[in-house]
Write a protein that binds this ligand. Structure first.
Ligand SMILES: [Zn+2]
Ligand SMILES: [Zn+2]
Length: 142
């Protein structure tokens, strides 16, 4: 069973999250139009990512700790924390964290729960700084 073509918002959501539900991925597999749209959007996003990572590293925003990664891997704590780690590993593509994230997924630690509040604050501050530098008021990067 197929569905209608994806809207731009759905395509960017797919690029951002790397996930799609069954009907979306099925459609993407079969529809040339959507594949082309996805490709060109991905290229735009990639170009944007390079400038974000340069900025990110100039700002010396540190990698998440083992505990933060473990927290996210276990789907504990606040969504903001998990979003940050997604951003760090997926968007910035930090290789060391991608590897650690993988390890963390098999080493869940209950202590990380206690850290999540301060982590959340730090993440919120970091993201705020980043987005202000990109020229918006807490707005997502353009
Ligand atoms: Zn389509
Ligand atoms: Zn990292």
């Amino acid at each position: 069973m197929s569905r209608s073509c994806l809207r731009a918002a759905e395509i960017s959501a797919f690029i951002e999250s790397g996930r799609a539900d069954a009907t979306v991925s099925e459609h993407l597999r079969d529809c040339k139009t959507c594949q082309i749209a996805l490709d060109s959007l991905e290229n735009e996003v990639l170009a944007m990512q390079y400038s974000i990572s340069g900025l990110w590293f100039r700002e010396r925003i540190s990698c998440p700790t083992e505990a933060e990664l473990a927290d996210a891997a276990a789907a504990l704590g606040d969504t903001a924390v998990r979003d940050y780690i997604d951003f760090h590993t997926t968007v910035l593509g930090c290789r060391s964290c991608v590897a650690r994230d993988f390890e963390a997924k098999s080493a869940e630690n209950p202590e990380v729960r206690r850290k999540s509040r301060s982590v959340q604050q730090r993440v919120t501050d970091s993201m705020g700084t980043l987005f202000r530098k990109l020229g918006g008021d807490e707005a997502p990067p353009r």
